[in-house]
Design a protein around this ligand. Structure first.
Ligand SMILES: [Zn+2]
Ligand SMILES: [Zn+2]
Length: 253
């Protein structure tokens, strides 16, 4: 069994978080860290308001004996520590991290509000360079800014009118492709084994497929053939690369 990277106690493949660097993490451990962060922030805020109060009402508000000056520094040091642990975990979460807006502000501060695709200065959004399902992380070196127009150009819908010609480089997926297309046409669910990059184990997924997507990549084929659909395991819409599937079956209801 894999061990939690925070508490070093065993985790469960099905219910805990598989980080994209191969580590595992308990849901409860990340929640405890977030609560700890909140506690420290609340204590710092309380200290600050007592200090402000003492400026206006001398000898009230601040209890000098209970609040030595060092405590504020101590709390700030603890906050820096818990933040750096959380950021390190968020870097490898297999989804968008809770501090996404903060990451966006940081990247904009460093690079300006400039789209990295068209080079124009305008409203930009933070996106992953390598998508999370292809093994990309949330670390700053995998994040890039894009304007709305360039972002729409990133995900190309492969099938709008029901006719798709696979590229020669994608011919190895012809059989899976035909099965998935038939499941989409007949509103059936599919089941397959799926392995994420760096994951050690194949896991069974049951998905209601909705459409094909071709996502640009830097490899020879130039694109990764994917299917988007509702995943019963995650209870959410997810994108799956055909090259990471095996043992595909249509579920006959
Ligand atoms: Zn843990
Ligand atoms: Zn742009």
């Amino acid at each position: 069994m894999p061990y939690c990277t925070v508490c070093k106690i065993e985790t469960d493949y099905e219910y805990d978080i598989a980080l994209s660097n191969g580590d595992f993490l308990h849901y409860s451990c990340i929640i405890l860290l977030q609560m700890r962060k909140h506690e420290i922030e609340t204590a710092l805020q309380k200290q600050k308001s007592q200090l402000i109060l003492s400026l206006f009402v001398p000898n009230e508000g601040v209890d000098q004996e209970n609040l030595p000056a060092a405590e504020g520094e101590d709390l700030r040091a603890k906050l820096v520590k818990v933040n750096s642990i959380l950021t390190g975990l968020y870097d490898y979460l297999p989804c968008w991290p809770p501090d996404w807006d903060e990451r966006q502000r940081r990247v904009i501060k460093e690079n300006g509000s400039i789209c990295s695709y068209c080079g124009e200065e305008q409203d930009v959004y933070l996106v992953h360079d390598i998508p999370v399902f292809e093994g990309g992380t949330n670390a700053l070196d995998n994040l890039t800014l894009t304007c709305a127009e360039c972002y729409r150009g990133t995900y190309r819908e492969a099938d709008i009118f029901g006719t798709v010609t696979l590229k020669p480089a994608q011919s190895e997926f012809a059989e899976q492709f035909a099965d998935i297309q038939s499941a989409i046409d007949n509103a059936q669910r599919i089941q397959f084994e799926y392995k994420k990059p760096r994951a050690k184990r194949w896991r069974t997924r049951v998905v209601a497929p909705e459409r094909f997507l071709n996502i640009p990549n830097s490899r020879a084929s130039g694109e990764t053939l994917c299917v988007e659909g509702f995943c019963e395991l995650r209870q959410d819409t997810r994108v799956f690369a055909l090259e990471r599937m095996q043992a595909l079956e249509i579920i006959e209801d």
